[in-house]
Design a protein around this ligand. Structure first.
Ligand code: GTP
Ligand code: MG
Length: 294
């Protein structure tokens, strides 16, 4: 009996959702930074074994804000919940306040009483003085859900988690070829790699004002990629370019290396910085950068 299904990974910003997905796949397809709100769009990660196929949905972090971009991100979470057979509720040990997650779980239970759920506590590799999560509260509030501790960094507990998910999966066929890791195309993954590197190097509000557009993507022995880094205020442009162009150069070098590893070719990466005023607040502009629901 083969099993298959969709599994949404849900958690607050920075909980470690994307890192967990990359660890499950043993391949980096999801952007990860130390800053919250890295993931903006739902991302499929496909994990296939002899007995099952799990289609994981990495989601943006649960976060309240009335900005249009954040509204889009909340829509992405809602759609992932709707599509999922199993809901993975991810809590990081270093995060003390489970209120947002408990609210989400309550809402999901009312709306989708038949969906299965599982609690995963991650980042257990962190030193004990950084463990602020009150596991007793989770056990009281979520007594009907099984819980598993993991570390995406050391891979501790991952096999047990996969086994628990396998048990919960419904019977069904494989939806994707067994070698596929995602349905995302290389051009979009490259754009996310560039955004990830820019987010990592930049500070304050700039990471949240960035979009990346790939204008040219020609795969060859030397792959040619031209991309624009879009910011939303004139004052941000200079910060992204940096003194003497140093910032944009660093972003380019780091992104190029990772894209070369992904494509297994040499890459020529040309980055430009452009301003599109207040794009995060304007629905038409959001759609231009791929932040729209089909
Ligand atoms: N020590 C430790 N750090 C982790 C672990 N998993 C993730 N992190 C770190 O936590 C930070 C956030 O990780 P992400 O995977 O981007 O978190 P996320 O939940 O996807 O965040 P958003 O996309 O912003 O919602 C990064 O700095 C990761 O390196 C873990 O198991 N152990
Ligand atoms: Mg993420």
């Amino acid at each position: 009996m083969f099993k298959s299904g969709y599994i949404a990974i849900l958690g607050v910003p920075n909980a470690g959702k994307s890192t967990l997905l990359n660890a499950i796949l043993k391949e980096k397809i999801a952007p990860v930074t130390d800053k919250p709100q890295t993931t903006r769009k739902r991302l499929k990660g496909i994990y296939t074994t002899d007995v099952c196929q799990m289609i994981f949905l990495d989601t943006p972090g649960i976060h309240h804000s009335e900005k249009n971009l954040n509204r889009f991100m909340r829509g992405e979470i809602d759609e992932a919940i709707r599509d999922a057979d199993i809901l993975v509720y991810l809590f990081a040990v270093d995060s003390a306040d489970p209120t947002d997650m408990l609210d989400l779980i309550r809402r999901n239970r009312e709306r989708y009483p038949d969906k299965k759920g599982i609690v995963i506590v991650t980042k257990i590799d962190l030193p004990i003085e950084r463990h602020h999560l009150d596991v007793n509260v989770l056990q009281q509030e979520l007594s009907d859900l099984k819980g598993y501790p993991v570390s995406a960094l050391t891979r501790a507990g991952l096999d047990e988690m996969i086994q628990a998910l396998t048990d919960l999966l419904p019977e069904g066929p494989a939806f994707y070829p067994e070698d596929d890791l995602t349905d995302e195309n290389l051009r979009d993954i490259a754009a996310e790699i560039i955004r990830e590197k820019a987010m990592t190097f930049l500070h304050e509000e700039i990471p949240y004002s960035l979009a990346v557009v790939v204008n040219e993507f020609k795969e060859a022995d030397l792959t040619r990629i031209q991309a624009d880094l879009i910011v939303e205020h004139d004052s941000q442009k200079g910060m992204v370019i940096g003194e003497g162009g140093r910032m944009i150069k660093n972003i380019g070098v780091k992104a190029r290396k990772e894209i070369e590893a992904l494509l297994d070719t040499k890459v020529f990466l040309d980055l430009k910085v452009k301003v599109d005023k207040n794009w995060t607040k304007n629905p038409t502009k959001l759609a231009r950068y791929g932040y729209r629901h089909e």
